[in-house]
Ligand binder design. Structure first.
Ligand code: DGP
Length: 113
């Protein structure tokens, strides 16, 4: 069955991705429009549209996603990186399946635009 979003289709293996990590809870793959030398997205297999929709039952899953993010960042050779979760259109969310960006490999400015 087709996922609701492009990331749902990636989870269902209906479209390909450059996968860097996968387990029973999540998948991580390289962003198709990288904003830095390392730009990876981590998505839960569970269909959650954004951080707005998370519930108490997602507590372990959310912790797992952050642990995976740190592990992937280190395995990419990063000491410094940024983890980003855009929530809602005005914050830059374009794909409504929860995802964590790992961005690194260059100096990152703050505040973001
Ligand atoms: P956001 O703007 O936070 O919703 O981030 C969505 C990101 O997803 C954006 O950086 C581009 C990336 N993206 C969109 N479509 C695809 C796709 O089909 N494959 C991959 N690998 N990344 C995608």
């Amino acid at each position: 069955m087709s996922g609701k979003t492009i990331f749902g289709q990636i989870i269902n293996q209906e479209i390909p991705c450059d996968e860097v990590y996968s387990d029973k809870h999540c998948i991580a793959f390289r962003d198709i429009q990288p904003q830095a030398p390392v730009h990876i997205l981590i998505i839960p297999r569970k269909e959650i549209d954004s951080l707005r929709s998370v519930e108490l039952e997602d507590q372990n899953l959310l912790g797992h996603l952050l642990l995976v993010a740190a592990s992937i960042a280190k395995s990419e050779g990063l000491d410094d990186w940024r983890t980003v979760i855009n929530t809602g259109e005005k914050a830059g969310q374009t794909v409504f399946h929860l995802h964590i960006h790992i961005i690194g490999g260059r100096n990152l400015n703050w505040p973001p635009g």
